[in-house]
Design a protein around this ligand. Sequence first.
Ligand code: SF4
Length: 415
Amino acid sequence: MTSEKKISRKKLKGAAAVSKYMADYYYELDDAAKAGDPKIAWCTSVGPAEILRAMGFLVYFPETHSAMLGATRMATDLIPEANALGYSPDICSYLTADIGAYLKGVTPLAKVYEGITGIPQPDVLVFNTNQCRDVQDWFSWYGKKFDAPVMGVYTHRNVGDVSKAMVGSIARQMEELTGPLEKIAGQSFKLAELKRVIALSRECSELWKKVLETAASQPSPLTFFDAATLMGPAVVGRGTQKAVDIYKALLAELEERIKSGDGAVGDERFRIYWEGMPVWGRLRAHSELFAGLKASVLASTYCNSWIFSRLNPEDPFDSMAEAYTELFIVRSDAAKEKYIMDMLDFYKIDGIVYHDAKTCPNNSNCRYGMPQRLERETGVPSLTIQGDLNDLRLLSDEQTQTNVEAFIEQLEERN
Ligand code: SF4
């Protein structure tokens, strides 16, 4: 799917540094898996990674692996393997693609990183249900497969205001993880180390926020499609100095772009907000489609999900509980709508694209009237595209192209 119109997208130098970071990250995990040291913890993408890191674990995130399965377009053929075990084609296609890949003995890591032949075996798996229940099922399956303990934080969902009682209950669950984790890690929990990791995680989060906020400039120096590939260190590396260094350099590059008036999309005419997950196997195609129409998709809820502004090293457990509960995905529709309205103002948005990802209702916010309510409230029009994060059988490229072109024409008419 490419637009016939002239496409102008500009690459960031920081992308090469992020690629190198991700290579080092996976090689370090692979070395540890082969040597049996350090121990490896699997964690959900918005799980309590800081605790695991502070206890000496290397932390592996299966969702990032599954996004690679999507981006390399391996996922679609692997999903039926998990379906055959009873995991429905309608549930999370991160889960089904990842389990399918394991069953088939394949991984994109082996394609991208010479010498790596498989995913790193876990010593423990830790999830947080703040994003969905699927992560619990996913981790439980691997826990049995590897005979490794599985632990979880069970959080509130559909949260309006984050109350003290909620924060207290989640903070307690997080604190209670440390005892069993000490036995697996073979070392005692040290509060000072957790504080140090949280300080680094907060710094990474602040820098990532600033990186994303550069998109408020006109023209925007960054697109959502760039950010979706640049966010790797914010997900897998939060709590490390290396991730902080990556984003300092990236931010400097983006600030240079702003100074020279250099937009990520040449001749930016429309500014679009993306609500929902990326279609990993169509990231480039979608980037080209919008750029060809001089529309910059420049901000998203999805990439903002790794901003944890509440983290505070002086109040480690409560602040982690707060940071991982105030996330968009955990919140009520009213709280989500308020958030999106703030984003529309901040980024000076002309239109919203909702991605209705068939296998992830948790990240699809267009099913209960939100687009209509927001349009009535703000006057900003929207388009919903049907698709999926990983399962390419659930989208039609032709329909997406036709709908996006019609939507941009509609924006043109409003000008
Ligand atoms: S939030 Fe959606 S994509 Fe992510 S693990 Fe849960 S169901 Fe899968």
